[in-house]
Design a protein around this ligand. Structure first.
Ligand code: ADP
Length: 491
């Protein structure tokens, strides 16, 4: 496979599914509405996809409710649920090139990333949660009196899952894995920009043998998501996306007091001390920001660099940024593809203009790349100050802000001067400094001398306005279970 990849672009995949999946059947929306999805590198339409409205969502919720309350899934042993997740992981592995190509087509990300990062993480995540299915358990509780008291962890019920476009297939796995291991049933809405890999994964889930109604997929825009959040028979909503939409979802979910978990935006500090391995830190800063076209909620978008190495560091960083290869994401040589759509492209270009006019030094990039597709040049702003928009706002694009600093306490304070708290990183050879920063920075994940290291077993989520709850690891199972206490008299 890699030999082919090194020499030839990967072929565009066939589109097998563009309808809704409700109760195990592929169907058009009730009103027959559709929307188009585009390839961001060429701006060409890929296909039309069925667009679900509140009525379609209601049908999906009813199917999920039935599957939860009665029948095969309801009666299934936990270990058999795990076996189904393993089967799904195997089927995804067998179709990995096709799924990676779908991801590249719909999202624009380089095929090399889809194939070597996204899809292997998808498979690993599903296998990890397969192992949890029969290990979700309660406790026996020593209570006063002659009673036997124990707890049960029960599936929360029908869960609505609303995901973004930056890691379409991976977000499916992060959401399905723990929900299915726990025994929930699902109504999922993929992002309107990138529904295709989710639909194909749903088809593979049917092939794996998940009973009808366990996994339902309703495609559409924010209104479709809002219909899930508003539905009175959805027990829980798990959302990944922007902080703004997270706030709307939390407010709307209050109406029915749904359980809510939110994985939202960030403006993560990446702190480089003078005693670091400078080349490793430069590479880490490049990867931490430019990976996935800068479209990562945990992107290291504020790079704090200690003053004594600042100019050397920026020189090397600018060199690396200039050498990033942009182009056709289907070519295995491409390191950076286009942004996902025109809205994102324009938003990013707006931030670049504001960065320039606010007096930051644009050391490289700062413009559009090519004349077709939503490509943005890798951009590095130096001498950014904390109050500039490019230092405070989540840009979600290949735009890095470098901020010089002098003191440890100063950089902690400045790192924490944000509403966000998703991730942080530190580069140093001094272990006391590394642990001290890890303890003091207000972020759900801290990387030391590395960046973007994800593992299905390691929890991920935000402090402050970066979210509520944790994805991945044992922690995510809590999102999909209710704790029940049973007390029995022994008299
Ligand atoms: P991004 O800013 O990354 O595009 P959004 O937060 O806008 O992400 O969208 C993430 C997901 O939330 C998408 O699937 C989108 O359709 C959905 N969404 C947008 N608005 C709402 C809403 N009001 N209620 C529920 N879901 C929504």
């Amino acid at each position: 496979m890699s030999a082919t990849l090194e020499t030839a672009p990967v072929a565009r995949p066939q589109i097998r599914r563009n309808q809704l999946l409700i109760n195990g059947e592929w169907c058009d929306s009730v009103r027959g509405e559709t929307f188009a999805t585009y390839h961001p590198a060429t701006e060409e339409k890929i296909t039309d996809v069925a667009q679900a409205n509140a009525e379609d969502v209601d049908r999906a919720v009813k199917a999920a409710r039935r599957a939860f309350e009665e029948g095969e899934w309801h009666d299934m042993d936990a270990r058999d649920r795990g076996a189904l997740l393993l089967k799904l992981a195997d089927l995804i592995e067998q179709n990995i090139v096709e799924l990676a190509a779908l991801e590249t087509l719909d999202n624009g990300k380089p095929i090399i990333d889809a194939l070597n990062a996204d899809l292997p993480l998808v498979i690993d995540c599903l296998r990890y949660y397969a192992g949890w299915a029969d290990k979700i358990k309660g406790d026996t509780i020593p209570v006063r009196g002659n009673y036997f008291c124990y707890t049960r962890r029960e599936p929360v019920g029908v869960v609505g899952q609303i995901i973004p476009w930056n890691f379409p297939a991976l977000m499916v796995a992060w959401k399905w894995g723990p929900a299915l291991a726990a025994g929930c049933t699902i109504v999922m809405k993929p992002a309107e920009q990138t529904p295709l890999s989710c639909l194909r994964m749903a088809e593979l889930a049917m092939e794996a043998g998940f009973p009808p109604g366990v996994i339902n997929v309703v495609c559409g825009f924010g209104e479709t998501g809002a219909a899930i959040v508003a539905h009175s028979d959805v027990d829980k909503v798990a959302f990944t996306g922007s902080t703004e939409v997270g706030q709307i979802i939390m407010r709307d979910a209050a109406q029915t007091l749904k359980r809510v978990t939110l994985e939202l935006g960030g403006k993560s500090p990446n702190v480089v001390f003078a005693d670091c391995d400078i080349e490793a830190a430069v590479q880490g800063a490049e990867f931490g920001l430019f990976f996935n076209q800068g479209q990562c909620c945990c992107a290291g978008s504020r790079v704090f660099v200690e003053e004594s190495i600042h100019s050397d560091f920026v020189e090397r960083l600018v060199d690396r940024a200039k050498n990033r290869q942009l182009g056709d994401p289907f070519s295995p040589a491409t390191a950076q593809g286009p942004q996902v759509d025109k809205d994102q492209f324009e938003k990013i270009m707006g931030y670049i203009e504001r960065g320039k006019s606010s007096g930051a030094d644009c050391r490289t990039g700062g413009g559009r790349w090519g004349d077709k597709g939503f490509f943005v040049e890798p951009t590095v702003f130096d001498n950014v100050t904390d109050d500039m928009d490019i230092a405070t706002d989540e840009i979600f694009g290949p735009v890095m802000s470098v901020l010089p600093f002098r003191e440890f306490d100063e950089v902690i304070e400045r790192s924490n001067k944000t509403f966000y708290g998703l991730a942080a990183a530190v580069w140093t050879r001094d272990i006391a400094k590394a642990h001290s920063l890890a303890a003091k920075v207000k972020a759900g994940t801290v990387w030391v001398n590395c960046y973007d290291v994800f593992d299905a077993a390691a929890p991920f989520g935000g402090f402050k306005m970066s979210g509520i709850g944790r994805e991945l690891g044992e922690a995510a199972l809590a999102n999909y279970t209710e704790l029940k206490t049973v007390t029995m008299s022994l008299d």
